[in-house]
Design a binder for this molecule. Structure first.
Ligand SMILES: [Zn+2]
Length: 84
């Protein structure tokens, strides 16, 4: 049986600069089809907008109303396209 990786990750709202650390876990089985990502504890001021087992698709809502994916590998300018 595969164990789960636990880690905390900083959430940062690009709109209002609100930050917090989420406690998350996902499978450490590299052959698994899904990372089976799950947020165990949301920091104050953030909530789940749309859950997903993929952190790039898991949408988080900030207290200011801004919604963004949990994991982003590009920096988004507010309202803009990802920079390349
Ligand atoms: Zn915000």
């Amino acid at each position: 049986m595969a164990a789960r990786d636990r880690y905390s990750r900083k959430l940062e709202c690009a709109k209002c600069d609100h930050t917090g650390f989420a406690e998350v876990s996902e499978t450490d089985d590299r052959r698994a089809m899904s990372r089976d990502f799950k947020i165990d504890e949301m920091p104050r001021g953030f909530s789940t907008e749309r859950p997903s087992t993929d952190p790039r698709k898991h949408m988080v809502r900030c207290r200011c109303g801004s919604v963004f994916p949990f994991e982003q590998d590009t920096v988004y300018a507010p309202g803009g396209e990802p920079r390349r």
